[in-house]
Write a protein that binds this ligand. Structure first.
Ligand SMILES: [Fe+2]
Ligand SMILES: [Fe+2]
Length: 349
């Protein structure tokens, strides 16, 4: 149904295209002479693109969250591709398939789900295992976990992103627990539950938004509430263990100014905070390189300023390739995973 995706628009520079996109935001602005124009962000599952509509007189009634049919010219503004919209209208329900507009994990969700369950199966602590099973066996939680994005926009902001983030972190945490000799099941429980409140903090349609509950309470407080209810239903759950699980969730943002009411004070909480940060940052790095290429920029060039990391980034492999050098690290990455046992954590696939 959808024929033209944002990731392909770099091939249409200076051409007029017609296609269907979701409106992720719409701002009504005025030029210096007072004339109104629309600044839009158009998205689909392959990426997002800025658009401007200078003549707003015939603009139909559309708002953010709508899928629209657009005709416009693909232009370049300050090195970035931008669409100059000539015509726009809200799409009719039969004209689009929602799955084309929401970014979605490229991983197989069933495989991620079975990886997650495999880790829980390997637990030796019966209470922590029972706690995680009570979440994973709850049909509503399971359905939410298979779909939820990990964030509105910062990292893993796509359908299945939270599950992908959790499974990636489980791999890191498993290695780190052995390496530092900490309580493995406790750390892994923190990994699975640290952002569980996001199932209620966020809602996802053609775009990802905060719920009212998410705005007023936030995922840490929501998560603690969910955990307390599950633990209350597990007979004999040790109160000390409950306190440590709750501490992991409460402190995972690592700093008061990032919304954690407590700083990480047990080894597992210190690890959880830093591993969570690494996984989010590395995913941001990957997404920025993808966005850079989608915007029609040369892969070997520095990216634009990345606001969340407060710096531009350079993609090593294309940079070295452009300068006639091969990336020997990349060749070594083909080695079997035993490398990890030597304290070298391989990059995610
Ligand atoms: Fe969080
Ligand atoms: Fe996280």
């Amino acid at each position: 149904m959808k024929e033209l995706f944002i990731a392909d628009l770099a091939n249409f520079e200076n051409q007029v295209i017609t296609g269907f996109f979701a409106v992720s935001s719409r701002y009504d602005r005025s030029k210096r002479d007072g004339a109104r124009y629309f600044a839009l962000i158009l998205t689909d599952r392959t990426g997002q693109m800025e658009a401007r509509m200078w003549e707003t007189a015939d603009a139909g009634d559309f708002t953010s969250g709508d899928v629209v049919k657009v005709r416009g010219q693909v232009c370049r503004y300050k090195e970035f591709l931008q669409l100059n919209v000539e015509k726009i209208r809200r799409a009719n329900p039969g004209e689009f398939d929602l799955g084309d507009y929401v970014p979605r994990t490229e991983r197989d969700v069933d495989e991620l789900w079975s990886d997650l369950n495999g880790y829980v199966e390997s637990f030796t602590d019966p209470y922590l295992k029972a706690l995680l099973r009570s979440f994973l066996d709850d049909p509503e939680t399971a359905a939410g976990l298979r779909e939820a994005p990990a964030a509105k926009s910062m990292h893993h902001a796509w359908i299945g992103g939270l599950l992908e983030h959790i499974v990636s972190l489980l791999g890191l945490a498993d290695l780190a627990a052995k390496h530092y000799g900490v309580h493995r099941d406790l750390l892994l429980t923190g990994v699975v539950l640290h952002d569980i409140g996001k199932l209620q903090e966020l809602r996802w349609g053609t775009s990802f938004e905060y719920t009212v509950q998410g705005q007023l309470l936030g995922h840490i407080v929501i998560g603690i509430g969910l955990i307390e209810r599950k633990i209350a239903a597990i007979p004999g759950f040790p109160p000390e263990l409950r306190m440590l699980v709750e501490h992991l969730v409460l402190s995972h943002h690592g700093k008061y100014e990032f919304g954690s009411p407590k700083l990480p004070m047990i080894p597992e909480a210190v690890l959880l905070h830093y591993l969570d940060d690494i996984d989010a940052k590395m995913q941001t790095v990957r997404s920025e390189f993808a966005r850079h290429t989608t915007a029609g920029r040369a892969p070997a060039e520095l990216t634009d300023w990345v606001r969340s990391l407060e710096r531009p980034l350079l993609n090593t492999a294309p940079f070295l390739a452009l300068n006639g050098q091969t990336n020997t690290d990349q060749d070594q990455k083909e080695e079997p995973k035993e490398e990890a046992a030597n304290g070298v954590i391989p990059a995610e696939d």
